[in-house]
Design a protein around this ligand. Structure first.
Ligand code: PTJ
Length: 258
């Protein structure tokens, strides 16, 4: 515990405070950047409005994402500082079940951080980790940020890329390259959500286990391609906006359990 004041276990927001502590600890270790703490706060705000639960439209996107991962020839899970701090174990489980590679890809890229994040992943049980140091030797020409540096064994040649929790420029660039991009982002208005092929508007910590279960239960089924083809991301995002508007409307009229 890093705070001088311990968090009481019966605090009504204890779980949320523990998660914050986890991120602060990862920040002190150089895994998470200060901007990552800001991003977490933004995520928390959207999660509040969503009701801190996985909605039906998020479940629909998860099922589609599971189908896309099964159909993929070369799926890759992209990991940044926040994801490593919040969900390394969950990323590894999904990578095993979906046969997906794990690649570290950072907006605020330094070799020191790549190594620190690789250590967190290894401690959680990861095998091969792509995108570290000289291995991120390829460049995505369409991009200007440090995220353009990718591993030729990973994101560069992947057909499906899972991008949990990130900024939007890479999603657009990867789509232009013809890749299927699965985003997990609590903000349905973000450029990532608006531009992804499949946008899961939910918390990464809830989504990743659901995605792992989804891949397990769909594997070997006949209708996988149909699930992927029937999905309309823009329609699903509109459901997210309608849900948020309806929930706030009910709350504004005095409902306390919506
Ligand atoms: O580790 P790096 O260097 O790659 O940097 C990572 C951050 C997150 C700092 C970088 O990608 C960034 O600046 O991201 P943004 O533009 O702040 O976007 C992060 C998005 O993730 C926002 O839309 C948040 O609402 C969302 N978000 C935050 N926490 C969660 C989340 N989405 C899902 N689950 C969360 N737990």
């Amino acid at each position: 515990m890093l705070t001088s004041v311990p968090i009481p276990k019966n605090h009504p927001r204890a779980q949320s405070l523990f998660v914050r502590e986890k991120l602060v600890e990862a920040f002190r270790k150089g895994v998470v950047v200060p901007e990552g703490l800001i991003a977490h706060g933004r995520g928390e705000a959207f999660d509040y409005i969503l009701g801190e639960k996985t909605t039906d439209f998020a479940r629909k996107a998860v099922r589609t994402a599971a189908a896309a991962l099964i159909l993929a020839k070369k799926p890759v899970i992209s990991v940044n500082g926040n994801v490593a701090a919040l969900a390394s174990d969950k990323v590894i489980e999904l990578s095993k079940v979906a046969g997906a590679a794990i690649e570290i890809n950072l907006f605020y890229r330094t070799t020191k951080r790549e190594v620190a994040i690789a250590k967190v992943l290894r401690n959680a049980g990861a095998g091969q980790i792509l995108g570290v140091g000289e291995n991120a030797s390829s460049r995505i020409a369409e991009m200007l940020s440090e995220r353009r540096r990718v591993d030729p064994e990973g994101i560069l040649t992947a057909d499906v890329v899972l991008v949990p929790l990130e900024d939007g420029d890479r999603t657009e660039a990867l789509r232009k390259l013809g890749k299927t991009v699965i985003a997990i982002d609590l903000n349905p208005l973000s450029r990532t959500s608006l531009n992804a092929s499949i946008s899961i508007v939910d918390n990464v910590t809830r989504t990743l286990p659901l995605l792992t279960d989804g891949v397990k239960s769909l594997k070997g089924k006949k209708n996988i391609r149909k699930i992927a083809e029937d999905f309309n991301n823009q329609a699903n995002l509109r459901e997210a906006f309608a849900y948020l508007a309806k929930r706030l409307d009910k709350l504004s009229r005095g409902a306390n359990d919506v």
